[in-house]
Design a protein around this ligand. Structure first.
Ligand code: NI
Length: 381
């Protein structure tokens, strides 16, 4: 049943904040299981509450529900029916696993000491649905005490789960920089203020923030990924525009970097007489797992997969995830769930047009979620 359900979601992908059919289908299913359902939370999100038969705390399970603007290149019977859109990040599996956990837990609701709240979140791929869901009260009534989330992991073998206490995903911020120089003839550079030469210096100088001004044991990345300037070979343009991203695994370091960036840009532009506008946009924060809940979920997952298949991740990822906002509000943990299966030819990573998952994960992930919620509730009685 879950394979059929996952394939249905896979065939019908919808982008962030447009997940109208997806969320209606989720809400209908959760109502069918007897849960209390709130629709249209943060536009296209769904909150479904399973009230246990005994008093206790509330554990949330979060699933993101949006797809990506990717043209699917898999030749499978459940291929995306919508051109240019695809569940290339496996959120179809996240939805299905949360529904599967609800199916299991709903059968045992009389014995459940506390509540399990299912958060189906829109727009994880951007602009972000977690923060609006929190603002829309998703963590209240009843108040959520702990939260569990997970992501299918394309480089990890099916049947294996990775946990990691502390930071697991990076913060993700955006730099937008306009350099105002003075255009002119390419053969008379002394009469101009060349924004391309200045911009090039800035690209190099920014790299030294990470290599010379950041503790080498702390991870940080500054990548300038867009540099737009000029129209032809013999004209120095008036201005240049640069865009890039800043990633860290430490929320304190993250707050220090914008000032350093501004200082570097000022230091490079001033001697040339150029001016600049820097727009520093704070995106997703660092995703930081609570050590106690991470250990609890490790033990729960070990009951399902065997202890040898629940591993501590070797390192965090510099990718970002708006589950971070939930973890700033409530202690919890985010796990990586293996879906790779070379024997079945399933080897592409997330966001690839041929990304797919070993559907065997649908037999274990819902059980892991249910077991983890149950263990957390029982431990807090
Ligand atoms: Ni994703």
């Amino acid at each position: 049943e879950l394979v059929r359900l996952r394939r249905h979601f896979h065939e019908n992908p919808e982008l962030g904040f447009e997940e109208f059919r997806t969320s209606a289908h989720i809400a209908d299913l959760m109502e069918g299981l007897g849960l209390e359902v709130r629709r249209s939370v943060a536009k296209t999100g769904v909150v479904a509450l399973l009230r246990g038969g005994k008093p206790g705390k509330t554990v949330a399970i979060r699933a993101d529900i949006d797809a990506l603007p990717v043209q699917e290149l898999n030749d499978v019977p459940y291929k995306s029916k919508t051109p240019g859109k695809m569940h290339a990040c496996g959120h179809d599996v996240h939805i299905t696993a949360a529904i599967g956990a609800a199916m299991l837990l709903a059968q045992h609701r009389e014995n459940l000491a506390g509540n399990v709240k299912f958060l189906f979140q829109p727009a994880e791929e951007g602009p972000g649905g977690a923060e609006p869901m929190i603002q829309d009260g998703a963590l209240e009534n009843p108040k959520v005490d702990a939260i569990i989330g997970g992501h299918v992991w394309g480089s990890l073998d099916s049947g294996v789960v990775e946990v990691l206490p502390g930071p697991i995903m990076a913060s993700s911020d955006i730099i937008r920089l306009t350099i105002h120089g003075k255009g002119g003839h390419a053969a008379q550079p002394h009469t101009t203020i060349d924004p391309i030469v200045i911009g090039s210096e800035i690209v190099g100088a920014l790299q030294k923030i990470v290599s010379r001004q950041t503790d080498p044991t702390e991870a940080a990345v500054i990548s300038i990924c867009l540099f737009r300037a000029g129209d032809t070979f013999n004209v120095i343009p008036n201005s240049a525009y640069l865009e890039g991203t800043v990633r860290t695994l430490n929320n304190t370091l993250r707050q220090e970097i914008p000032k350093k960036i501004d200082s570097v840009i000022r230091g490079v532009t001033e001697p040339y007489g150029a001016t600049y506008e820097l727009d520093y946009y704070f995106g997703y924060p660092v995703t930081v797992n609570d050590p106690g809940i991470t250990e609890s979920v490790r033990q729960s997952a070990a009951k399902i997969l065997g202890a040898e298949n629940v591993r501590t991740a070797a390192r965090a990822s510099m990718g970002a995830e708006d589950f971070a906002y939930f973890l700033l509000a409530v202690p919890g943990t985010y796990i990586r769930v293996g879906v790779r299966n070379a024997a079945k030819g399933i080897t592409h990573d997330m966001h690839h047009p041929q990304f797919d998952v070993d559907e065997d994960v649908l037999a274990s992930l819902p059980v892991i979620y249910a077991q983890a919620a149950l263990d957390l509730l029982n431990a807090s009685r």
